[in-house]
Design a protein around this ligand. Structure first.
Ligand SMILES: Nc1ncnc2c1ncn2[C@@H]1O[C@H](COP(=O)(O)OP(=O)(O)OP(=O)(O)O)[C@@H](O)[C@H]1O
Length: 208
């Protein structure tokens, strides 16, 4: 039998204000489809923490090496945080696609802008909270940020909501009011992508 031609799955870029529910929805996808999705491994110039392994949590690189890679245009998006560079390389995303999984990218609006400028084949989805009041409640309920961080996130949320209306940025907007409804919408949007990946995996396993 001729080998089945495998098509590399396209990446999925998820964005939305902090607290809108991206991690929650992504966790649901991983739970229901443990083999269909994966995250790419980012690069960073920060030092590895105890227990972290190069190529697993991050690709740990020297600043000069990362700057050279940036100059060569090897990153889809990058940012500086607390004096360290972080970025998603084109190769890291392609590495996930090579394994036959859908690469999930959870990025802010600047990340979306930057990735849109590249030739990455991806679907762009915005996760929207039902209102600022509910977003605030969820951020407070999560108990992961102090007051200053919550204020900062709420301010950024306004900008991110405005940005979501810019034409040509997002392919879909999902309103995360009832979690189950939002999750079903996300699955419907990704239906063909998920089925394609699972069929491909089935064919590969059968051929083994
Ligand atoms: N539909 C929903 N109804 C009620 N609570 C929700 C819903 N979706 C998410 N939450 C809760 O809201 C909080 C924020 O969600 P989550 O951490 O997934 O946001 P996020 O977009 O990943 O934020 P960040 O960008 O800061 O990581 C969590 O405590 C989560 O359990």
């Amino acid at each position: 039998m001729p080998p089945t031609t495998s098509v590399k799955p396209r990446a999925v870029v998820l964005s939305g204000p902090s607290g809108s529910g991206k991690s929650t929805l992504i966790a649901e996808l991983f739970k229901e489809y443990p083999t269909a999705f994966a995250f790419s491994i980012s690069h960073t110039t920060r030092s590895p923490r105890a227990g972290e392994q190069n190529g697993r949590e991050y690709h740990f690189v020297a600043r000069s090496d990362m700057e050279n890679m940036l100059n060569r245009g090897e990153f889809l998006e990058s940012t500086e945080f607390s004096g360290n560079l972080y970025g998603t390389s084109k190769k890291a995303v392609d590495d996930v696609a090579q394994t036959g999984r859908i690469c999930l990218l959870d990025v802010d609006k600047q990340g979306v802008k930057n990735i849109r400028k590249t030739n990455l084949s991806a679907l762009y989805i915005f996760i929207s909270p039902p209102s600022y009041e509910i977003l605030e409640q969820r951020l407070r309920g999560r108990q992961t940020e102090n007051e200053a961080a919550i204020e900062k996130r709420l301010k950024e949320a306004k900008e991110s909501m405005e940005f979501s209306k810019e034409p040509g940025m997002y392919d879909h907007v999902i309103l995360n009011d009832q979690l189950e409804v939002a999750y079903q919408s996300l699955k419907n949007i990704l239906r063909k992508d998920i089925d394609g990946v699972l069929e491909q995996q089935k064919a590969t396993n059968t051929a083994k």
